[in-house]
Design a protein. Structure first.
Length: 312
């Protein structure tokens, strides 16, 4: 049995999948299997995946398009290993990623969640390391309060997360009814019950602008996680409340951008203002045309490698 199962959901990523698979095959730690979940792509994604030859690779074909959560769940169900690492089909691992996760597993035996930092890649040109302040917490560390540490940009993305199989047995897998914020939903369940070990080294390239995203930015028909459910389930957890409100804030910003007034107003009404920083409070009250102008200016700064965000 391999030490790791690497789960790669695949849908319409013909321009990226080969490089993604090769980044796994080039790992310094090579005791793994790769499960590619082909979710009925309409392009040449499967054909491109088949060009990469290795006995470590298995392609599992969905009979119909089921979405990102279902693809991850199919990988979880078929995983032969006790540790499952996720990698989106347009992201890339540093050669030392799995070795770093392996070391975290042995360094922190009480942990069941393992992750690293990541780099954001914009248009294959600009690279921005996520939250360099994490380096102040040490080379590796055990996360004391996941929700408090994630009041801003997430400290990991799905492609930098590895989960012990027993976590899914206790808290369940990805909720297939949720079509946006499915990662947030799983993060809440997992981190409320299990300890995370973390490396602040940026070992994953996270492609920010790619075509045919599994999760599009069109919010009209999206089904969100039920934040109120978790607020009621953990009423004494103040950092979780702030984390939920921060994610409500993110959704309100996105919904307002698409003129989804009813949904955004409802979510805004659920936010405790004490959970947000000054910039976030101001932006919630700022007219949308001004917010749009600010967003366009931020995109210009990103091209120069400068990241300015209300999330910090």
């Amino acid at each position: 049995m391999s030490f790791f199962t690497v789960v790669i959901p695949l849908y319409n990523k013909e321009n990226f999948i080969q490089k993604t698979i090769e980044s796994v095959l080039n790992q310094s730690f090579d005791d793994f299997e790769i499960l590619i979940i082909e979710d009925c792509s309409t392009d040449n994604s499967k054909k491109k995946a088949l060009t990469v030859s290795s006995d470590k690779i298995k392609i599992l074909q969905h009979s119909e398009n089921k979405g990102l959560s279902a693809s991850r769940n199919t990988g979880i169900q078929h995983a032969a290993s006790n540790y499952i690492a996720f990698l989106d089909a347009d992201d890339v691992w540093n050669p030392n990623y799995l070795e770093t996760i392996f070391n975290l597993i042995h360094k922190y035996p009480e942990a069941r969640l393992f992750a690293t930092n990541y780099e954001e890649i914009y248009n294959d040109k600009t690279t921005i390391i996520n939250n360099q302040k994490l380096l102040n917490l040490g080379n590796d560390f055990q996360v004391a309060d996941f929700f408090e540490l994630n009041l801003g940009k997430p400290i990991y993305i799905p492609s930098s997360l590895c989960v012990a199989k027993e976590v899914f047995e206790k808290v369940g897998s990805f909720d297939e009814k949720i079509t946006y914020t499915e990662d947030v939903d799983f993060n809440i369940r997992a981190n409320a019950s299990f300890i995370m070990a973390y490396s602040p080294k940026a070992l994953v390239d996270y492609n920010m602008f790619v075509e045919n995203q599994m999760s599009t930015t069109n919010m009209t028909n999206k089904f969100f996680a039920d934040f109120n459910f978790y607020e009621k389930q953990f009423p004494e957890n103040k950092s979780l409340k702030r984390y939920l409100d921060f994610n409500r804030y993110v959704l309100v910003r996105m919904l307002r951008n698409e003129n989804e007034t009813e949904k955004s107003t409802q979510l805004k009404g659920e936010i405790d203002g004490k959970s947000l920083n000054f910039r976030q409070k101001i932006l919630l009250q700022t007219p949308q045309f001004i917010v749009n102008a600010i967003s366009n200016f931020k995109k210009h700064l990103v091209k120069k490698g400068i990241m300015v965000s209300s999330y910090d």
